[in-house]
Structure formats: C-alpha cells, structure tokens
Design a protein around this ligand. Structure first.
Ligand SMILES: NC(=O)c1ccc[n+]([C@@H]2O[C@H](COP(=O)([O-])OP(=O)(O)OC[C@H]3O[C@@H](n4cnc5c(N)ncnc54)[C@H](O)[C@@H]3O)[C@@H](O)[C@H]2O)c1
Length: 342
C-alpha cells in the first residue's frame, strides 16, 4: 500500500468512471477498488477512468467490497434514487469520506437518513454538483461575498434542452442557485411544464434516464437572507445553463464557459462592463473536474477544509425540488421549508 494515502473506491462504474479517473490522479489517494452489479459496465469502466484493467480490485457486491478493502473514501455513483443505502452502509463500515453523485437523494427521508448516518459516524460527504469546484464559480461567489455588487437580491437561472429534467439535471441548477444565494431556502412556488400538470407530489423519475418521467419546472424560491431565485428548467428551449446574479449595485452573468460579464452601476447610474474574475469553466474529460473535489474531500476528512458542496446544501436542493412537486400538486401553492416529515 502507498504510505499515508487514502484508500478510495467507486460504487457504480458508469459515471463512476470519472470518479476513478480523479482518484487515480489525485496524489492524496490510492485508488483500490470498483464495484458494479453489471459486469458489462465494469468492463467499460477502465476506458472512462483511463487506467489499466487489473490495477484495482473488482466487486459485484459493494458490501463485500466494504468488508474487504478498509476504505477511507468511497464514491457513490449509482442511479439518482439509489444513493442512500450505499452511503449509509459505507460510513457504517468506517469510511470517512463520501463523494456522492447528484442529487443527494430523491426523497427527504433518504436525505435525512444520509445526514444522520454522517453525523453518527463523524463522516464527511460532498455531493457531485460539479460546478461547485469550478474556479469561475468560486471566484464569482468570493466577489459577491465581498460586497462588490452590493447585496445580492435576485438570481434568474435557466436550464434548457431536451434533458432539462428537474431532478436529473435541474439539481445542478438548483444547487448553483443555492451556492450563490448562500442561505437556507424558506419557501417555494412552482409550475411544471405542460404535460406534467398531474405529476404528483413524490419523485417518480425512475433513476433519471428518461425525460418523460422527470418534469421541467419553473420555480420561485425565497432564501432566508432575502435572495429570491427564479429557476427555469424547460425542455422545449435551446440547450443552456446560465445564471444572472443581480445585486443592489451590479450584476454577474455566469455560464459554464466562464463568467461572461460583470456589470456595476456607476454614480451616473449607467452600467459599466468590467473584467470578470479570473478562472476557467468546465475541463475535459469529465473526471478532470472531479480532481479538485476529491482533493478537497481528503482535506475535509482531516478537518483542514470545508466541502464546497456539503450534504446540508444537497438536502436544501432536494427539499426545493420536492417542494416544487408538492407546490404543483397543490395548484402552485406556496410550500414552506423545511418540509414537514412523515
Ligand atoms: N455530475 C454529473 O455531471 C453527472 C453526469 C451524469 C450522471 N450523474 C449522476 O451519476 C449517477 C449515475 O448515473 P446514471 O444513473 O446515468 O447511471 P450510470 O450509467 O452511471 O449507471 C449507474 C450504475 O450503477 C450500478 N449500480 C446500481 N446499483 C448498484 C449497486 N447496488 N451496487 C453497485 N452498482 C450498482 C448500475 O449497474 C449502473 O452501472 C446518477 O446519480 C446521475 O445523476 C452525474
């Protein structure tokens, strides 16, 4: 075993290939094992992770892997609604850090179960809302926190394209809004796209593969600090992922490529375009974006860093999405957060 390195493994070898790519390249880690119930997915894992087959142990049963491998960190990259059991079992087996694919869960009960298990076993979890680690996002949030655009008051956010599904991909947008809003959500009002009027108050996305089971939705969310988000996930629009961050003294417009503009009001009241904060957007391959995330998780386990995408924010995101379902089911009524349980 490599001296002093954290032993990492992946559960779910599809998207988990990107996680394997990151562990194999981050110097804090020894990447030791991968698990999937589907042998064909396991066989394809190595191409995405860009490592040699045979360099890590393979398992079909994650509980056996947890029992055999003395793991420090585990990625959970199973389908959207199947995160809670492997997360809870891993921390109960002594794993100290979890990198969980998004969304954290698809029910409030599963999210509560995850957070209770983390607390009980003193473990740390980051949710792979991948933009949380983009240097451009972090730079913009730092500038907003410094008061450069006064008080942030409104966030107008758009997700477009065929797969603008609330839970599957909308979770990234809802999380980005929470990332910049920097406060707890307090209420939600939502109206789904046409065809989903009768979707119901409970997630029925079946893992997130098919857009017909996961609605687009337009959501108003209010945060405790007065920031209000308007979140628009709409499948019948061009592909986009963008946020307009509006403050009392200026505005940022953020896309995946970069922060496109920073406008600030001058004394005369005319907007002045100034240089955006430095920082790049998405890297390729996908796994390259996860290296900073797993490095941060290694530090968080030692108490030397705080996750940029903590479980508590993952639960806020989930509550906003579930509240959107409940709001639509109640005729676009206002739904207060946190949601009542039971
Ligand atoms: N962060 C991102 O940008 C991004 C992009 C795509 C997908 N995702 C997320 O990654 C996760 C997985 O994606 P997907 O649903 O498309 O699936 P996928 O294609 O990655 O497949 C999931 C795998 O999990 C395996 N699996 C299911 N239950 C298992 C178990 N108990 N033990 C071991 N393996 C198990 C399945 O056999 C399958 O191979 C989802 O949460 C999804 O939202 C994230």
């Amino acid at each position: 075993m490599a001296e002093g390195k954290l032993r990492a493994a992946v559960i779910g070898a599809g998207v988990g290939g990107g996680h394997g790519y990151a562990y194999a390249r981050a110097p804090e880690y020894e990447f030791v094992a991968v698990c999937d119930i589907n042998p064909e997915v396991l066989a394809r894992f190595y191409e995405r992770a860009d490592i040699e087959r045979g360099s890590v142990a393979e398992y079909a049963d994650y509980r056996e892997m947890l029992a055999q491998e003395r793991l420090d960190v585990v990625s959970v990259a199973t389908p959207d609604h199947l995160h809670a059991d492997p997360v809870c079992d891993a921390v109960a087996a002594g794993v100290r850090g979890i990198f969980c694919e998004k969304p954290l869960a698809t029910t409030a009960e599963d999210a509560d179960r995850i957070i209770a298990a983390l607390d009980r076993h003193n473990a740390v979890l980051s949710v792979d809302h991948t933009r949380s680690w983009l240097p451009s996002y972090q730079a913009v949030r730092t500038v907003i926190r410094s008061g450069e655009i006064g008080s942030l008051t409104r966030i107008v956010a758009h997700l477009g394209g065929r797969r603008a599904m609330l839970f599957r991909n909308g979770t990234h947008l809802v999380d980005a809004v929470c990332f910049f809003a920097d406060a707890e959500p307090v209420w939600v009002i939502a109206a789904h796209e046409r065809g989903f009027e009768d979707y119901g108050p409970v997630y029925d996305g079946r893992g997130g593969r098919d857009p017909q089971f996961d609605p687009g939705s337009t959501i108003i969310v209010e945060f405790a600090n007065g920031v209000r988000g308007l979140i628009n996930c709409a499948k019948r629009t061009p592909q986009m992922f963008e946020l307009d961050l509006q403050g009392t003294d200026g505005r940022f417009w953020v896309t995946d490529q970069q922060c496109m503009a920073w406008k600030t009001d001058t004394a005369e009241g005319t907007p002045e375009v100034v240089s955006p904060p430095p920082g790049r957007g998405y890297a390729s391959p996908f796994g390259a974006n996860l290296i900073p995330a797993v490095q941060e998780l290694a530090q968080a386990i030692q108490g030397e860093a705080v996750s940029s995408s903590p479980a508590v924010r993952g639960r806020h995101v989930l509550e906003i999405m579930v509240a959107a379902l409940r709001s639509q089911a109640a005729g676009s009524a206002k739904v207060e957060l946190p949601l009542p349980r039971g």
